[in-house]
Design a protein around this ligand. Structure first.
Ligand code: 3H9
Length: 693
């Protein structure tokens, strides 16, 4: 039963019991209505309390039901709330821990609300690309006022219950046992009539039109490609401009519209994708983890420093090992400067600054780090260098320490083989800047122990990263795919595009940065170095030499003041470079390629479908466990537009048969070999299925 019914004296208690968060799915909704009926039919019952078992009052509507017949099946949440609000016996919501979305809307339908301190109160629907669809936009302004309700609904941010204690949202804050307090409260109001209904409160706001117009302008400017925030404003506006029932109808129409948008589907995909990523089928959730109370990082460069900051931010003491005092001092000074900058922006208190800086220490000796629970190596990306480091780590690290490599492309199994304890070795691929970027690719070697994986995944949560597990292959999930994207970007230059045109098309699609601006930021020499290795090993793979020619010109990007674009001193703005464009045009001529006008659509399709096709190989080979893992890698590490849900989800929305059709077209052009559909893609397209089902 997803809600339990009990009678306590003359008060009926309906306890939502649908773990993990008492989502208001169809069976829970039915059970609430059933409970209400029983209570209304029982003459001995004078009042009703609705509360939640476990770790939530309710996390809201069951998101998994959206776009399925169950979401619309009676009793809908509207029906449930109508039954509660229309009850002639008083109904009290007893709120604790989490009261969100439909859960808060249910509470607002109750006649009274009591809560314990520390409960997270929110209407977070906007984060899923929708708006509160069960009266939240009409009732919350009635208890909190127009402005506060609008802020909560447009941002979706939770507010702690105690901060709302003095508003009409809560009738009483309960200290101690919630149920006992709620029963006592119910006893006090059992005979009070008429029953207060939130719908009967009038929203007052002087000069509300000016306020609403200001809100529309601000929200529109901030919501990018997402339609929901502005619709939230429109719905909240109806709480003051329309009669209650008309407002509810209007809210419903907007909700139905939004729930069908690709943007909302993409956000929900990301919500579940993030949670799914932490599950590994053959590593049970209760796998014991190793305690991580201290850490060490090898290398005080940009990457090592950023990684160390992650540990310090999570309260874990971390030592940084460097070979030379000068490099160590430089690295520690950079970290300090980064924290100072954050403090200057008002995002870090002096106390936290002292704490974090205090947790990071430097050492020049391997022996000094031997007792760390985890060591992350962030040295130069070269197998020879990694071999030296891991042999040394094998000597000095205590038994049971996790030996992690921050490699971005190298074979983790080979790295593990340099030690006598390959089961303790794992890849932890951080993304630059490592203290900022959300993604952590966790590379599972053939011999990586299950508890090492479980520990690394738990650690990724602790340091506030999205951990995604990848198998071992060249480049893992993210960089292996980006290679295909970069290849297409290079070919596009040879065939008629400028770097600016490619970047603009991709940025219009929604990427944070196009491939050439990204190259200039990251340093074009990095790719050059990798290509020298990779294409010697795999001479059969065709690629454009324009990037090599660029590097031969010494144009490594922003750090050399010139890359695909020109830069002015102290200015990161890219200016199209005549020199580079001439080089590209000459290169086309040298190749005998007749340059042509290329549409934005072709640019985007070639880059994004190249990603999805490689993603399909990765999925088929078991390098990624699920399509949503690949999407999470791209959403959190590569600036893929969130509203498009990731490359695999995007391919699904285009329709895999359409993707295959476009690929067949491109296969007839130059380098057609790149457009052979992965067997999985071809199969799913033929079956009319998608990567995500
Ligand atoms: C809504 O209410 C619409 C209405 O206005 C109108 C309707 C007509 N449904 O995050 P966690 C699962 S829209 C289904 O790791 P935490 C989650 O997938 C809804 N499942 O835990 C995970 O499952 P698993 C508005 C849900 O303690 C498990 O619970 N509400 C839902 O860190 C644990 O989740 C929201 O947007 C759900 N609503 O955080 C709230 N919520 O174990 C969204 C969670 O299988 N949820 N799950 O991976 C949250 O923000 C957080 O989950 C919460 C708990 C703060 C509740």
């Amino acid at each position: 039963m997803t809600a339990e019914y009990q009678v306590n004296g003359n008060v009926a208690v309906i306890t939502l019991n649908n773990p993990p968060v008492n989502g208001l799915g169809h069976s829970t909704r039915s059970a609430i209505v059933e409970g209400m009926k029983k209570a209304l039919d029982d003459a001995a019952v004078k009042a009703i309390v609705i509360t939640g078992a476990g770790k939530a009052f309710s996390g809201g509507a069951d998101i998994k039901e959206f776009n399925s017949p169950k979401a619309m099946a009676e009793p809908t949440l509207h029906t449930v709330i109508n039954v509660v609000e229309g009850s002639d016996k008083p109904v009290v919501a007893a709120i604790h821990t989490v009261c969100m979305g439909g859960g808060l809307e249910l509470a607002l339908g109750c006649h009274y609300r009591v809560a314990t301190a520390g409960a997270q109160i929110a209407l977070p629907e906007v984060k899923l690309g929708i708006l509160p669809g069960a009266g939240g936009t009409q009732r919350l302004p009635r208890v909190l006022g127009l402005e506060m309700a609008l802020n909560m609904i447009v941002s979706g941010t939770p507010v702690p219950s105690e901060k709302l204690a003095k508003t009409a949202l809560f009738n009483e804050m309960i200290e101690g046992d919630l149920l006992a307090g709620a029963l006592a409260f119910a006893g006090k109001i059992a005979d009070a009539r008429p029953l207060p209904r939130v719908r009967d409160i009038k929203v007052n706001y002087p000069n509300y039109e000016a306020f609403l117009q200001f809100s529309r302008n601000t929200v529109k400017a901030m919501s990018g490609p997402f339609p929901a925030p502005l619709k939230c404003v429109e719905a909240v506006a109806a709480s003051i401009t329309k009669k209650f029932d008309d407002g509810i109808k209007f809210e419903r129409e907007l909700f139905v519209e939004l729930v069908q948008t690709t943007e909302s589907k993409a956000l929900r995909h990301a919500f579940f994708g993030e949670r799914a990523a932490s599950k590994i089928p053959d590593v049970p959730e209760d796998t014991p983890t190793r305690a991580i109370k201290s850490a060490a990082v090898i290398g005080a460069g940009t990457m090592g420093g950023g990684i160390a900051m992650n540990f310090a931010n999570a309260g874990i003491p971390v030592q940084i090992l460097e070979m030379k005092q000068e490099a160590l001092d430089k690295g520690l000074a950079t970290i300090r400067k980064n924290y100072e900058n954050t403090m200057k922006k008002g995002k870090l208190t002096q106390e936290k600054f002292d704490q974090r800086v205090g947790l990071i220490t430097g050492t020049l000796s391997y022996e000094g780090i031997g007792q760390a629970d985890i060591v992350v190596e962030a040295v130069f990306e070269d197998m020879g260098v990694k071999e030296q480091v891991f042999k040394k780590l094998d000597e000095v690290m205590k038994p049971g320490a996790i030996l992690a490599s921050n490699t971005s492309t190298l074979d983790v199994d080979q790295i593990a083989s340099f030690t006598k304890r390959p089961e303790d070795v794992v890849g932890t691929h951080f993304f630059s800047p490592a203290n900022v970027m959300k993604l952590l690719e966790i590379v599972r070697g053939k011999k990586t122990a299950k508890d090492v994986l479980a520990t690394t995944l738990a650690l990724s949560k602790k340091i506030k990263k999205t951990g995604v597990v990848s198998g071992v292959c060249d480049g893992f999930i993210g960089n292996r795919m980006i290679e295909q994207y970069s290849r297409q970007a290079g070919f596009l230059l040879e065939e008629g595009c400028t770097p600016e045109q490619v970047d603009k098309a991709v940025e219009k699609f929604g990427f944070a940065m196009g491939p050439f601006r990204m190259g200039d930021l990251a340093g074009n020499d990095i790719g050059w170095y990798i290509r020298k290795r990779r294409y010697v090993e795999k001479p059969q793979i065709s690629y454009s030499k324009t990037a090599d020619l660029l590097c031969e010109m010494g144009r490594f990007g922003q750090k050399t003041g010139a890359g695909w674009y020109d830069y002015k001193p102290g200015d990161r703005k890219p200016y199209p470079s005549q020199l580079v464009n001439d080089m590209i045009i000459k290169h086309s001529a040298d190749l005998g390629v007749e340059r042509r006008k290329i549409s934005d659509q072709e640019i985007v399709e070639r880059l994004v479908f190249a990603l999805a096709n490689e993603g399909a190989y990765i999925l088929e080979e078991g390098i990624a466990m699920r399509a949503s893992d690949i999407d999470m890698v791209y959403l959190t590490g590569y600036g893929f537009p969130l509203h498009r849900g990731g490359p695999m989800f995007y391919a699904d929305t285009v329709g895999l048969p359409n993707v295959v059709m476009a690929m067949d077209k491109y296969a007839k052009g130059r380098h057609g070999d790149a457009w052979k559909p992965a067997p999985l893609l071809a199969k799913l397209a033929a079956e009319g299925k998608g990567f995500n089902g």
